[in-house]
Design a protein. Structure first.
Length: 60
């Protein structure tokens, strides 16, 4: 089994881990109501997708 010859410094360790981060989600604006939504998803506010109503808005 391989063993390290020297201690890996914090700087070298963190440089190796730079690509392991979370990315922010892409958010687009709904064409009907203007609320932020995820692309290729039904709008949670108005229930529209690609310009047509898919989900009916529930009255509370």
């Amino acid at each position: 089994m391989a063993l390290p010859k020297r201690k890996v410094s914090k700087s070298q360790r963190d440089k190796r881990r730079t690509h392991q981060k979370l990315s922010t989600p892409n958010v687009t604006e709904c064409a009907d109501c203007g609320e932020p939504k995820l692309p290729h998803h039904v709008c949670q506010e108005c229930g529209s997708y690609k310009g047509r109503t898919v989900l009916s808005a529930e009255e509370e």
